[in-house]
Design a protein around this ligand. Sequence first.
Ligand SMILES: Nc1ncnc2c1ncn2[C@@H]1O[C@H](COP(=O)(O)OP(=O)(O)OP(=O)(O)O)[C@@H](O)[C@H]1O
Length: 336
Amino acid sequence: METQEFIPAGKSRDTIIETVKLTKTFGDVTAVDEISFALLRGELFGFLGPNGAGKTTTINMLTGLSRPDSGKIRIAGQECTKNPKGIQHLIGIVPDESNLYPELSGFENLCFCASLYGLRKKERRERAAELLEIFGLKKEADRKFGGYSRGMKRKLTIAAGIIHRPQILFLDEPTTGIDVASARQIRQLIADLNRTGTTIFLTTHYIEEAERLCERIAFIVKGRIVRTDSVKNLLQPILGRQVMLVSVSNAESDLIRGLAAAFPSYAFESISPEQIRVESPEPIRLASLVRYIDTRNVVVKEARLYGPSLEDVFVRVTGIEADALKKEAEKKGATV
Ligand SMILES: Nc1ncnc2c1ncn2[C@@H]1O[C@H](COP(=O)(O)OP(=O)(O)OP(=O)(O)O)[C@@H](O)[C@H]1O
């Protein structure tokens, strides 16, 4: 069957989201390019990629906000590529920009969202009060949403997204642009929601966040998924090893061959025209490396030890520096 290849091996086949060759273009830009993946019920799945990678476009197609040009989407067993209405009650959406009303209070906003899902008046009020309590916003219940801090706004937007107890929650960069304490609380809330059975599709710029929260991760770059695997499998090959990323003026193959001959116990890989990845089972002797590279008339600009972390895997798989991702998140006003 066509979908089998992208369902994680060894798991039960209770798949809640499946996409097959999903594609979306805007003029000349292919925002999402034939992506196929599957989420199992109860999973916390991370979609990790830099600015413009296609994360929001993917969420918009999965949630029915935008139509794919081609490909298929199946959610909870329903083919919903062309008819997303049938699954709306099953899903919750937390967009990167809040969609709540600034002139309404937190409580009123939640009651209004609940009414859209057909909850009765008493139930709406009870659910709104319950969520304000869970999200630590009880004291702010009667304040206008427009006056909330960014962190409080994000929390209320998440509360609104789960007002109808959806089976699946789509979170688009939930911790970007907010203060450290709120980001920590939100990560805890996401983990709690997942523990109580909600399937979560999370997009993020933050590698550490994905590593901490997610069971499986897909790396998306320029509209294409370059790798999907469990965090455990992604980290396995480098556990117990030292990894260093050396930025140089020129990482040509001749230099890589020379390094491999001079330091036979290290593994060298050119991951971009100016970056060399060094992996070793023992501590890396940086001074010797720099001396050798200098003899080849190549300038060492920076050397950074990664340890066994998902950052290294990301850099290796995508060729994008982990720092570049962080800088993009910071440009959006984020703090981790
Ligand atoms: N409505 C649109 N019209 C034209 N181009 C678009 C539109 N929406 C997205 N794009 C383009 O599609 C590509 C993917 O954008 P998308 O917003 O999905 O990326 P992203 O990974 O969510 O980025 P970010 O992290 O900045 O939110 C980008 O090149 C973007 O400029």
